[in-house]
Ligand binder design. Structure first.
Ligand code: B12
Ligand code: SF4
Length: 344
């Protein structure tokens, strides 16, 4: 039986909840509202080395290029924050402590797309995306009413806060659209003020070149000297601009078991010592894979330097003989920092 109008939208939302998503909203397709802001962001060099964002520019500015005839966007939220994390995980951003969200969400989004096609009629086509296609996810999700874009550029929901992933199903189906969420940031600037590297050039605009999440996850070379100290304890990603957000104080916790860490992260010295096999065994299937072995060990060395703990010296000295020059240079910086701390 094919469904139309409100009945179809209701069935799609019920199916999304059965698939485990915490919230779902439906909105129009068409060029994203803040496409011009995205273009200005690229032109200003704020994407740093993430060239794929410029390469997929045309598609990001027009979902119709990804799915010709696209009429509606089904946007879902899946909460990842938990309270029971092992303390050894705290230098890792919350989103990356359990299983890789792409692997968790994509099959469910594909299933949701198949459900929409079945329910709406044979000629309906769908395309699922969770970072996997060139889609401005926050923009389309905001227009669908999944939340509002906060000043820290994250999408927020009044009861979920911002600790959720976004997934999107583009569809040619005609679905009833939801109302938008109003902007509830008001005069608050907690996120902009708290950023350790002053990465925001203004509200809603992040210069990725300065962002700890970019530097520790996406950046492939040495982390510029100017940011090494500000990275503080962050071995992978950064949660500061979300931790300080008042909307996250009472935010919902994850129901999804896949986001529980499988085991303690362990000491950073062991991370620094990790060989290729160890890295594969430990991080395959985790979002932390993205930083690669080189990036994770570089970050671990910098954090050990920031801790100025002499117990890390043997592991850092071993890393001075590493084949990877980026790891070697990070270890040298850390050792210099520990030594200079001894002199203070
Ligand atoms: C590239 C990228 C990054 C980069 C750049 C981040 C950025 N702010 O652009 C880096 C590596 C830094 C990063 C970091 C993080 N990311 Co990221 N990232 C992406 C990715 C792949 C593309 C984002 C993008 O297109 N950026 C381009 C810029 C221009 O877009 P934007 O910053 O969102 O800016 C928009 C708004 O600010 C808006 N805008 C502009 N002016 C104005 C004015 C007003 C008034 C308003 C309302 C809006 C507005 O228009 C812009 C264009 O849409 C998306 C997935 C996807 N395909 O969308 C995930 C995604 C955005 N990331 C996500 C996450 C979880 C993170 C981190 C929290 C991870 C972490 N803890 O380390 C941090 C958060 C840092 C931050 N404050 O943004 C989630 C966000 C979920 C959510 N609830 O919002 C996404 C959606 C992935 C997912 N599928 O769940 N990320
Ligand atoms: S993730 Fe961290 S470094 Fe990046 S903008 Fe937010 S507070 Fe700043």
């Amino acid at each position: 039986m094919t469904l139309v109008g409100l009945a179809l939208a209701g069935a799609v939302k019920a199916r999304a909840r059965e698939l485990g998503f915490d919230r779902v909203a439906i909105g129009p397709a068409g060029p994203p509202e803040h496409g011009p802001a995205f273009e200005r962001w690229l032109a200003a060099g704020h994407a740093a080395t993430m060239d794929y964002l410029a390469r997929g520019r045309e598609d990001r500015l027009d979902p119709d290029r990804l799915l010709p005839g696209c009429r509606s966007v089904v946007a879902v939220a899946l909460v990842y924050a938990r309270d029971d994390d092992d303390p050894s995980w705290t230098p890792v951003a919350r989103y990356a402590r359990g299983r890789d969200y792409h692997d968790v969400m994509r099959p469910r989004l594909v299933e949701l797309g198949e459900f929409i096609a079945r329910a709406a009629g044979a000629d309906v086509r769908c395309r699922a995306a969770v970072d996997t296609s060139a889609v401005l996810e926050r923009d389309l999700a905001a227009r669908a009413g999944l939340g509002w874009i906060g000043k820290n550029t994250n999408l927020l929901d009044p009861s979920l806060g911002s600790w959720f992933f976004i997934g999107v199903v583009l569809t040619t189906a005609r679905l009833e659209w939801d109302a938008r969420e109003p902007d509830r940031c008001g005069t608050c600037t907690a996120c902009l003020d708290a950023c350790p590297t002053q990465a925001f050039v203004g509200p809603y605009a992040l210069d990725a070149r300065r962002c700890i999440a970019y530097l520790t996850i996406e950046h492939r070379d040495d982390i510029p000297e100017a940011y090494r100290e500000a990275i503080g304890e962050w071995v992978f990603g950064c949660d500061v601009c979300q931790d300080v957000c008042p909307w996250n104080r009472k935010a919902a916790r994850a129901r999804e078991p896949a986001f529980a860490p499988a085991a303690p992260l362990g000491p950073l010295e062991a991370l620094l010592d990790l060989d290729r096999e160890g890295f594969h065994a430990r991080f395959r299937g985790s979002a932390m894979w993205r930083a690669k072995r080189s990036g994770l060990r570089r970050n671990a060395a910098l954090v050990l330097g920031n801790r100025r703990d002499r117990r890390a010296v043997p592991a850092l000295r071993r890393a001075l003989g590493d084949e990877d020059v980026v790891v070697r240079r990070a270890a040298q910086w850390a050792l210099d920092r520990i030594e200079s701390g001894d002199l203070e």
